[in-house]
Design a protein around this ligand. Structure first.
Ligand SMILES: [Zn+2]
Length: 89
């Protein structure tokens, strides 16, 4: 099975079985974002790699966001806990 890649996928290719996390470099706030909600908001064809440009830290408003994108097959070992977090927004 082929999994969507951050560089090439559009929002139509991913759902919340993927992990998409944002981390603010400025205030170190982090949260998991819902790819399904992003898709509803931005549309099916919106490129995954461009979602980052739309993000601002909800706490301090900074745009210095670092993304963590993981496919369902990476849901193992020391990243497994990331998938247990409930997606927000
Ligand atoms: Zn921040």
């Amino acid at each position: 099975m082929e999994y969507a890649k951050l560089e090439t996928a559009a929002l139509a290719h991913v759902d919340d079985s993927y992990f998409y996390g944002a981390y603010c470099r400025k205030c170190k706030h982090s949260c998991r974002l819902s790819l399904e909600k992003l898709r509803k908001h931005l549309g099916d064809d919106f490129p995954l790699r461009m979602v980052k440009d739309r993000l601002r830290c909800e706490r301090c408003g900074s745009r210095q966001i670092v993304i963590t994108f993981l496919a369902p097959n990476q849901k193992t070992g020391n990243v497994a806990h990331l998938f247990q977090e409930a997606p927000r927004r």
